[in-house]
Write a protein that binds this ligand. Structure first.
Ligand code: NAP
Length: 279
């Protein structure tokens, strides 16, 4: 197939590596000339350009720009497209993107390859990034069945595990397992640094070990990404924050009223219920 990739960064570049390895011809488009040059040097794409007209003959296009630019990119791209081309995206939140993009282009299929690293840009692109990782496809009633099938086959060829659900279900699920943990982890760090007693704070910082490292990791990540999650997935995130607040209140109540049996029952339940999330 002839495949277009717009936005040659971590995700776009990594897709280029693997889809090219599968034998497809990859046409990359990025904003900077220097990125296009580097993408060719690294073997991420066969051709690269800063102009959308280079994509006029491709069969499918992956839009891999930052999330806020996906629908804008599609709008700018339309004059250069052949009518039957499939457009997909890789944005980490689906409802707002799918709603906007399917109004712009009939043959649009939302997607989210759930793999990444803390790095960004063309130098961060790597081979086999999507192997054994989930790839969520988010069709609606309007989505063409054959296009879903083609995207599914491409995702499988990357070694990904394909899941299909509505954009809304996707956004609620990722709010629970990805966006809420960032906010909880950030709140943990923010609460600790509010400790007024400097001696306590200093000692806590020196004693902090693997438990704190695990629970604070995602709260210490890229602030732009955290804001993006909240901005684009506001409703779903608020729903999870409310659920979390209720659980914290419940635990505070158990401790305050010394309901040790209730606390133990809760912790026994969470010990048992954790494994389906991580296995
Ligand atoms: P990234 O490494 O910053 O890559 C984005 C690339 O887009 C940049 O390298 C930039 O290339 C290019 N770009 C920016 N504006 C552009 C424009 N107007 N036209 C064409 N290219 C443009 O970011 P990323 O992590 O790959 O994220 C890209 C998308 O993947 C986002 O929508 C994100 O939600 C999604 N995603 C990210 C992850 C993750 O863990 N990072 C995981 C799954 C999905 P230049 O160098 O040319 O400026």
């Amino acid at each position: 197939m002839k495949i277009g990739i717009i936005g040659l960064g971590l995700i776009g570049g990594s897709l280029g590596f693997d889809l090219r390895h599968c034998g497809h011809l990859i046409y990359g488009v990025s904003r900077k000339e220097s990125t296009c040059k580097r993408a060719i040097e690294r073997g991420v794409v066969d051709n690269a350009s800063i102009h959308f007209n280079s994509l006029s003959s491709v069969d499918i296009i992956f839009i891999c720009t930052p999330i806020g630019l996906i629908s804008e990119t599609l709008q700018q791209l339309i004059p250069f497209l052949k009518s039957e081309v499939i457009i997909t995206d890789v944005g980490s939140v689906k409802s707002p993107i799918v709603n906007q993009c399917e109004l712009l282009w009939d043959n649009f299929v939302g997607g989210h390859p759930m793999a990444g690293t803390a790095e960004q840009g063309i130098e961060a692109a790597q081979k086999n990034l999507f192997r054994n990782a989930p790839y969520v496809i988010t069709p609606t009633k309007k989505t063409q069945k054959n296009s879903i099938k083609i995207l599914e086959e491409l995702a499988q060829s990357l070694g990904s595990n394909v899941y299909t659900c509505s954009p809304e279900i996707h956004d609620q699920a990722v709010a629970w397992i990805s966006h809420l943990p960032v906010m909880i982890s950030a709140s943990l760090i923010a609460a600790c640094v509010e400790e007024k007693d400097k001696t306590v704070l200093n000692l806590a910082q020196q004693l902090a070990s693997s438990g704190f490292k695990d629970t604070s990791r995602v709260g210490g990540g890229n602030p732009e990404l955290g804001v993006m999650m909240a901005q684009y997935n506001k409703t779903a995130l608020l729903h999870t924050l409310e659920g979390y607040r209720q659980q914290l209140d419940r635990i505070s109540e158990y401790v305050n009223t010394e309901q040790w049996d209730s606390l133990e029952r809760l912790l026994m339940m969470t010990q048992e219920k954790r494994s389906p999330f991580i296995n």
